[in-house]
Design a protein around this ligand. Structure first.
Ligand SMILES: [Cu+2]
Length: 451
């Protein structure tokens, strides 16, 4: 197993100076089978509860291969013959020969040690320094001994051949490239055909939308002698070690099978949905299925601890549902066949909409309900009621566009609230809770009819 290591100086302080004193950093070659054997033989010291092998006490488990300063990646060729690594600011990448590494270890061909770890002689283990270009970071592989190295400083990908060490082509990247991913290029049988250059710094390639710049990646055709840029796409920031595999290798499950859901709070029938109270703890078992969240509303008392266990009983591919309760900063997604639980303290009184936050059908927006949190005491010192289906549930005074009152931002979908705010005179917003509710209803219907 190989890994890069840098700051061989163990320097601190001004690293631009202090960590650049030595000629080389290292690639560490770990004989993990020897390490495994040492552990089996009872070697190793317990450090903070973890068993650690000290190379000084257990020789033969790790060796250092000298490498250009500040190396980034280290990659092994598909046939296992070569180890490729280089300094981040070099103009060459080094191909080390694995057989030569093993021979050097056997012959104790060392130039010294670092904290008891033997350093192999560079000249004895390298096969070639390949002039790929400036800033080589990572190497991926194709069929027929082709290798592809990302060049951070040159902003390019170099194509070269293992064995002959000939650099045959360079594909410019429109940004500083970091990692790269060739089709199955990290396996013993690379597929060739495609390569993706993964961005490190896009340097204004895209429209500036703020301090954080969009990141991009570029798809390159590597099926022919000359590489060809095919496509430029956006990507998540800082992509690392992406792997490209053939689509037919992917066999994910499409839903969580009902029979495998052993969640103690899972329910599969709307008749089992409901609300139970134990002291000030309220448990809501909820069913999520197109196009209803059951129960469609429930009441709790201010201060209650509310646990909502929701089961998405769909067994249809891609039929995810969400449960958003905006005013309590809750928004979770439940996959088909999955049960998820959310617990919160109902500390804000009012009526709050909860709704499906994952588009699921034509009635997706209608898939919503209401949490009613009764205030601790009204103006006359009377306390709110107990948990259960609300009276409103039995005789709905409002259409689904109902806007809840409440002291904070109204418990409502943002789009509806926007239309509400735009058209409602401020005076009516200061009326009583019930008049606000009524005006919100009429407001909603008028805004609906107006659109
Ligand atoms: Cu839904």
């Amino acid at each position: 197993m190989f890994l890069t290591c840098y700051n061989a100086e163990r320097a601190t302080g001004k690293l631009e100076v202090t960590a650049s004193q030595a000629d080389r950093d290292y690639i560490a070659a770990v004989d993990w089978k020897a390490a495994e054997k040492a552990i089996a033989e009872g070697k190793g010291d317990m450090l903070g509860g973890v068993k650690v092998l000290d190379p000084k006490k257990v020789p033969g488990i790790i060796y250092l291969m000298p490498c250009g300063k500040s190396p980034h990646g280290v990659d092994v060729s598909p046939d296992g013959k070569y180890i490729i690594g280089s300094g981040k600011l070099q103009g060459v990448t080094t191909a080390f020969n694995f057989e030569k590494v093993q021979t050097a270890i056997r012959n104790k061909d060392f130039t010294g040690d670092e904290d008891g770890i033997p350093v192999l002689k560079y000249e004895s283990i390298k096969d070639a320094e390949v002039p790929v270009g400036l800033g080589p970071l990572h190497t991926q592989f194709g069929p027929d001994n082709w290798a592809y190295t990302s060049l951070f400083v040159d902003s390019a990908v170099a194509k070269w051949k293992l064995g002959t060490w000939e650099v045959v082509d360079k594909a410019p990247m429109s940004y500083s490239i970091g990692h790269l991913s060739a089709a199955e290029g990290d396996t013993v049988s690379p597929d060739g055909k495609y390569l993706v250059g993964l961005n490190k710094l896009s340097h204004g390639r895209h429209l500036n939308v703020g301090p954080s710049q969009p990141e991009s990646s570029q798809l390159v055709d590597i099926s022919e002698e000359k590489m060809k840029l095919l496509y430029d796409a956006f990507t998540e920031p800082e992509p690392h070690y992406a792997v490209m595999v053939k689509a037919d290798k992917l066999k994910p499950i499409e839903v969580y099978p009902k029979e495998e859901n052993k969640h103690p709070l899972a329910i599969w029938d709307v008749k089992d949905a409901g609300v139970t109270r134990n002291g000030n703890k309220v448990l809501v078992k909820m069913v999520l299925v197109r196009s209803t969240l059951t129960p469609t509303d429930f009441e709790v008392n201010q201060g209650d601890t509310v646990k909502v266990a929701m089961t998405n009983i769909e067994q249809t591919t891609d039929e995810l549902h969400g449960w958003g309760l905006l005013d309590y900063n809750i928004n979770i997604v439940v996959d088909p066949g999955e049960t998820k639980v959310v617990t919160f303290k109902a500390d804000k009184p009012g009526v709050f909409a909860y709704y499906c936050t994952n588009f699921c059908s034509a009635l997706h927006q209608e898939m919503q309900g209401y949490l009613i949190v009764k205030p601790k005491a009204d103006g006359l010192g009377r306390r709110g009621g107990s948990a259960g289906a609300s009276p409103r549930a039995r005789s709905r005074p409002c259409p689904p566009g109902f806007v809840g009152p409440g002291p904070g931002p109204p418990g409502h979908r943002l789009d509806l609230w926007k239309s509400h705010r735009l058209s409602q005179p401020s005076a009516s917003r200061q009326g009583s809770s019930s008049s606000r509710r009524r005006s919100a209803c009429s407001e909603r219907s008028s805004s609906l009819s107006g659109t």
